[in-house]
Design a protein around this ligand. Structure first.
Ligand code: UT7
Length: 320
């Protein structure tokens, strides 16, 4: 049996936060944020709106846009770092809300989570173990952002994206790559209790900490290598790719990866400018923006690649 990705849906909260919002909180400016990151605005969830709510809405939008029956979904994978709580899993909450007879698991791979979710779903279907899987990337990063840290608080936003992966005669999900470099764990973390990472004492803030410069350099050099590997594994070249959908961490990272790999920047789809960095949700959000803009068409080949906390990465090539 083969795995086919057949539908996508997204959701972002209504509350729009522009860059000026941060000027009264930390020493920053709209000019700095736009020029260093490409972010113009982002969305923040209401205090009473949680990751499970955003994920639920993304799934409902997907099902209605593509007229999908979800009653026989048999597995739910949620990629998130901003859980409503550690347990129960967001996936189990969704299994209950949609009244599914399904396995349910959250995965922790930060901004690589959506890519990892697709990889796992493909394997579960192609092994014959499952037939219909929801993969969701959903975040309320505004709830775990350190608003005293100007180097990170201006970056993050909230949103969710869901895809449906089904058993079919032919696959549209190509060979996948994934990996991790835990030696860089202390460069991007979220800790709920004081602990050690790679011999460094980490204080428990419950908020995201990032060494931006280090992660930036790692992302550009390592992801450029992984793109070459992914193309090779799929027996393709850059010319075969219609759209490049990397994790939207920073517009300058996307530009630098395009320059290093030779991918024309016009082929890159991003969600950073209007939604900020939404971690596991950023790839489906960029993809859906591309669909809504009429850019992504049936049959187009999409190279998706997530990267971030871990540090970890995962990607594949999907024929839409
Ligand atoms: O999603 C997971 C993966 N994450 C990433 O891939 C993120 C990777 N990193 C980045 O996107 C960028 O490194 C940042 C956007 C976080 C920072 O941009 P940068 O161009 O690397 O800035 P920098 O850290 O080198 O800082 C440059 C200057 C510093 O001032 P000095 O030392 O030159 O005087 C910072 O203190 O910019 C200062 N700065 C700010 N100034 C105004 C840092 N944040 C701000 C701010 N407003 N918000």
């Amino acid at each position: 049996m083969q795995a086919r990705l057949t539908a996508i849906g997204t959701y972002v909260p209504d509350r729009v936060i522009d860059n000026h919002y941060f000027e009264s909180i930390v020493e920053t400016s709209d000019e700095w944020i736009q020029s260093r990151t490409g972010i113009r605005e982002r969305r923040f969830a209401k205090p009473t709106e949680y990751v499970s709510d955003l994920a639920e809405q993304a799934i409902r939008n997907m099902a209605s846009n593509y007229d999908k029956d979800l009653s026989d979904v048999d597995y739910v994978i949620v990629a998130t770092v901003s859980h409503d709580h550690i347990m129960p899993s967001i996936a189990a909450i969704l299994q209950h809300r949609f009244d599914l007879k399904a396995s349910a698991i959250d995965i922790s791979a930060a901004c690589a989570g959506f890519g990892y979710g697709i990889t796992l779903a493909k394997a579960l279907i192609e092994s014959g173990m499952h037939r219909k899987i929801l993969v969701i990337g959903a975040e309320t990063l505004s709830k775990i952002t350190d608003f005293n840290d100007r180097t990170s608080c201006v970056l993050f936003g909230d949103g969710a994206g869901a895809v449906l992966i089904e058993a079919a005669e032919s696959s549209n999900i190509g060979a996948c790559i994934s990996g991790a470099e835990g030696s860089h764990g202390q460069d991007l973390y979220l800790s709920t209790h004081s602990t050690m990472i790679n011999g460094e004492l980490i204080s428990a803030s419950g908020k995201i900490y990032q060494n931006g410069r280090k992660v930036f350099k790692w992302a550009v050099s390592r992801m450029s290598e992984q793109i070459a590997l992914l193309l090779e594994k799929n027996d393709m070249t850059i010319d075969d790719i219609d759209w490049f959908i990397p994790h939207s961490a920073n517009m300058r990272i996307i530009e630098a990866i395009c320059k290093t790999t030779g991918i024309p920047l016009e082929k890159a789809l991003e969600s950073i400018s209007v939604y900020g960095n939404t971690s596991s949700a950023s790839i489906p959000l960029a993809w859906d923006l591309g669909l809504q803009a009429g850019k992504v068409k049936k049959g187009d080949k999409l190279l998706v690649l997530g990267f971030g906390g871990g540090l970890a990465y995962a990607g594949t090539i999907i024929e839409w």
